[in-house]
Design a binder for this molecule. Structure first.
Ligand SMILES: [Zn+2]
Length: 448
């Protein structure tokens, strides 16, 4: 299949020549109502709200059509639902969907939405659901209103700064325990009390939290933070929460009300906190503290410099469907009343993906270059190797990666991971051919 369908490249905007740029941060509530499915409908639905979920983003103006970047405290937004988010935010900002990046933080006591999946489930009339469509549409309306209201109050963008800090005792690789056959024997998930798994080293991770701040004169208006780890401490008890990264972000936000703080989860498909998290309420407090400490430490290293060059780039990819999944087989699983809900809803998500690829609706990767800084936007549960490759492709640039964009593909393992099997590979909607497509698209974006 074609590596790259289109490349919408544009010449960099020189800030001075462009007559000034401006930024407009926005936020809106996306907390699901009582009874709403969580994590796609295979864990307990929303019963109580421990803390609210937010969509937080910003519009960048003054470089041709506006660019919109947004982080959402949801598990995932898939296929047409992702396109609907980008289209609505684009229309509100007066731009096009290819200039909008929507990235989930991936908490699990949160909505995980696919419109086509919901259609397939409703057709069954078996009481299964992955989302409430009216709540979804209400969130889009709130987003449109938030973007429009923010743009009226846009502030001149003059300076940018970047910094990083090592996060201690949060991330670990999930796929370290291999059997003699070279296959993943046991996964170290988001929490673990298995001494064998806890004793394993951290393995391949990206330990650095990266922060990129944007200023209007001397005032820090916006700060984006990036760290690659699954964001769950404990979940599945019906208690909606932005979990430890969201709680750390909220604490910092309270201390700095004048600056909008946004947290993005990096390429964390194979990264979770299981080495350092026993799933207890105390562990959530500890993990929150560790992220918060990293956010505070990074902030001490921010050194603003004038914004001189800004550009936006996209790459489309159309990965192949995992050959393990066919429309007919997955439809049979959906229709089998003997299957538990998860084993009917996940096949529905696979059918939605298969149909989406048949329609040739591509996955869009994007990058915003600001001076020597790149904000990179990747899809779905990309493995950490992709963000490490992105940084290696341009070692002199500061590359901050947000993953969990369009979630249609579910996991995007590396091609080396496919023969090792394991959970992520078993539920990856794309085949191993996604790796060269992703890698090439990332390199093109970094070299643009
Ligand atoms: Zn995940």
């Amino acid at each position: 299949m074609a590596a790259s369908l289109t490349a919408l490249l544009e010449a960099p905007t020189l800030a001075a020549e462009a007559g000034g740029m401006s930024i407009a941060p926005f936020r809106f509530d996306v907390t699901p109502p009582q009874g709403h499915p969580l994590c796609g409908g295979w864990i307990k639905p929303a019963e109580e709200v421990d803390d609210t979920l937010e969509a937080i983003g910003w519009v960048l103006l003054g470089m041709g059509k506006p660019v919109v970047i947004c982080a959402v405290d949801w598990t995932g937004i898939l296929n047409e639902a992702h396109l609907a988010w980008r289209t609505n935010l684009a229309e509100a900002a007066g731009t096009t969907p290819d200039r909008v990046a929507v990235q989930c933080v991936h908490q699990h006591d949160a909505p995980f939405v696919c419109l086509r999946t919901e259609q397939l489930l409703q057709k069954l009339a078996a009481g299964l659901s992955n989302m409430k469509v009216d709540f979804f549409q209400e969130c889009l309306r709130r987003g449109v209103n938030a973007v429009k209201a923010a743009m009226i109050k846009a502030r001149p963008l003059t300076h940018v700064a970047r910094a990083e800090a090592r996060i201690e005792k949060v991330a670990g690789n999930r796929r370290l325990l291999l059997g003699p056959d070279g296959k993943v024997k046991k996964m170290r998930g988001s929490s673990s009390r298995d001494p064998e798994l806890v004793a394993l080293p951290e393995g391949l991770i990206d330990p650095m939290l990266k922060s990129v701040a944007f200023y209007s004169g001397t005032e820090k208006v916006l700060c984006c933070h990036y760290y690659a780890c699954h964001p769950m401490s404990h979940y599945a008890k019906g208690r909606v929460s932005s979990d430890f990264p969201g709680l750390a972000r909220k604490r910092l936000q309270q201390e700095e009300p004048g600056c909008t703080h946004i947290y993005f989860t990096g390429a964390a498909g194979n990264i979770a906190a299981g080495k350092y998290n026993d799933g207890s309420p105390e562990a959530r407090v500890q993990l929150t503290q560790r992220i918060y400490d990293g956010l505070k430490l990074a902030a001490t290293h921010l050194k603003p410099q004038p914004v001189s060059r800004v550009s936006w780039h996209t790459q489309d990819i159309l990965p192949e469907v995992n050959p393990a999944f066919t429309h007919a087989n997955e439809t049979a699983l959906i229709e089998n009343p003997a299957n538990i809900p998860a084993n009917r809803i996940r096949p529905a998500m696979r059918v939605a993906w298969i149909e989406r690829i048949e329609k040739r609706q591509p996955i869009v990767l994007s990058a915003l270059h600001v001076n020597e800084i790149t904000l990179l936007h990747l899809p779905a549960e990309s493995f950490v190797e992709y963000q490490l490759r992105a940084q290696e492709a341009q070692p002199q640039r500061f590359v901050a990666t947000a993953a969990y964009g369009d979630g249609g593909a579910w996991y995007i393992p590396t091609k080396e991971a496919f023969p090792q099997g394991g959970y992520e590979v078993s539920v990856a909607n794309c085949s191993a051919t996604a790796d060269p497509l992703m890698t090439q698209a990332i390199r093109t974006l970094l070299n643009a």
